[in-house]
Design a protein around this ligand. Structure first.
Ligand SMILES: Cc1cc2nc3c(=O)[nH]c(=O)nc-3n(C[C@H](O)[C@H](O)[C@H](O)COP(=O)(O)OP(=O)(O)OC[C@H]3O[C@@H](n4cnc5c(N)ncnc54)[C@H](O)[C@@H]3O)c2cc1C
Length: 329
């Protein structure tokens, strides 16, 4: 195997968009995945490209860049692979108590379709994706990155990006770097209306309804802080259904399709870790996107690729650096 320029750990939405962006910029990429592509938090996501009302202010600039990049990204993926990503723009209604605010239009994607399109585009451009390959530690000497040790042996690369979602903290721990992350489990279900169609996303206090391009409506999501399991509880489904029918009564007649759970990678201060790690030449991190990783992925890929290639990122990464906890003490 020839040595790639960049090793990426993780093939969730963050690792995949990064891999694709770097290939477009002429870099060789090799992605390592302990499971199979897109099965982590990304598979569980509803795919909303949320409005700024739901985001900390520190993320507004990244979010705006992502929303600008999304239509071009999904079109380019379609042109290269023939695969759609379920991109839609729809009215978005925020409903709190008796007040309703409508934003028009807000985008959304189908994360499962998007990851398959990204995978296909990466492979067509010559990127390598190695599944069922667990990274156990990051390898470097005093001068430079060596690569990573995996369940299939050493993989070398002059730059390494940790984009392993919930696995990132443990991996960075292997070189003595501490980041502050924790799991937030979320349960969801999908249904189909017996008749009619919901033509907007409805976002209430305890539930959201996201109509997808294929006619399903995703009902999400519970929040269980500290829970790393991906089992679906009856209480989770019951509470989501009760709130969903209250928000949109025609759902009472809908047909059940599927239920699932995923674990959001959250950080102590609610902001992702993006950029270089502890000033170590060739080591980068992109994790901790919590509820907004689908939205923030194209911007994350764009600014990290700038960083890797020694260019000034379009959005400053000062507030997202891996040393911010130490610096604020
Ligand atoms: C119920 C739910 C609904 C959501 N809805 C939305 C939404 O509507 N909009 C939005 O923007 N976001 C949403 N999110 C958040 C979004 O899903 C996440 O922020 C995003 O998927 C994180 O992507 P990631 O690539 O960082 O992590 P992941 O998707 O978890 O990918 C990390 C990958 O790294 C791999 N990995 C970990 N450790 C190792 C290792 N040691 N070696 C090799 N591979 C490893 C994992 O197997 C995994 O495939 C939702 C999340 C949940 C749970």
């Amino acid at each position: 195997m020839t040595q790639p320029d960049v090793l990426i750990i993780g093939t969730g939405i963050i690792g995949l968009t990064l891999g694709y962006e770097l290939l477009k910029r002429g870099q060789g990429v090799h992605l390592l995945e302990q499971s199979t592509v897109g099965q982590g938090a990304t598979r569980a996501a509803a795919g909303m490209l949320a409005t700024d009302e739901e985001l900390p202010e520190a993320l507004h600039e990244l979010a705006a860049l992502s929303r600008m990049l999304y239509p071009g990204l999904v079109q380019q993926l379609f042109d290269e692979t023939g695969l759609g990503s379920g991109y839609l723009e729809q009215p978005f209604c925020l409903q709190h108590a008796n007040q309703q605010m409508t934003f028009n239009p807000v985008g959304q994607v189908d994360p499962r379709l998007l990851t398959q399109a990204l995978r296909s585009a990466i492979e067509r451009r010559g990127g390598v994706i190695e599944e069922e390959t667990t990274v156990s530690r990051i390898e470097r000497d005093e001068r430079a990155m060596i690569g990573v040790m995996t369940s299939r042996g050493l993989r070398t690369g002059r730059q390494v990006i940790v984009a392993a979602g919930r696995g990132s903290e443990t991996l960075l721990g292997t070189i003595g770097t501490t980041i502050d992350t924790f799991p937030v489990k979320g349960e969801c279900l999908s249904v189909r209306l017996a008749t009619g169609r919901l033509d907007r996303t409805l976002f209430g206090d305890t539930v959201y309804l996201v109509p997808k391009a294929d006619g399903r409506i995703i009902i999400g999501a519970t929040e269980h802080v500290g829970d790393e399991s991906t089992t679906v509880s009856l209480e989770g489904i019951r509470s989501l259904l009760a709130a969903a029918i209250n928000l949109y009564p025609p759902l009472a007649e809908a047909v059940f399709v599927e239920a699932w759970a995923g674990v959001r990678p959250q950080t102590g201060d609610g902001l992702p870790y993006l950029g270089t790690v502890d000033g170590i030449d060739g080591l980068f991190v992109a994790t901790g996107h919590h509820r907004h990783g689908i939205l923030l992925a194209p911007a994350t890929a764009n600014v990290l690729a700038d960083c890797l290639m020694g260019q000034t990122p379009r959005v400053t990464l000062d507030g997202f650096n891996s040393r911010r906890q130490e610096e604020s003490r």
